[in-house]
Design a protein around this ligand. Structure first.
Ligand code: ZN
Length: 68
């Protein structure tokens, strides 16, 4: 059985974490991946139809950005 409340809490928390992370990246601050400890970079130079993303070199952190 899935605990929906718990699920929503986790989702909200990771969403806030992502927002905080992106804010730091946007300011030019270095953010380290919680998993591998390497610097996360912002990839905004994408082709049309692709989403900008933030990711670490190892790939354990990969966040797609919903910016129009
Ligand atoms: Zn990583």
């Amino acid at each position: 059985m899935i605990d929906i409340n718990q699920f929503n809490k986790l989702r909200a928390r990771s969403f806030n974490d992502q927002k905080a992370l992106l804010k730091k990246l946007a300011k030019g601050q270095t953010v380290l991946c919680k998993t591998c400890g390497k610097a996360i970079s912002l990839n905004v130079a994408v082709k049309e139809g692709e989403k900008a993303s933030a990711q670490c070199p190892t790939g354990c952190t990969h966040i797609e950005l919903d910016v129009a």
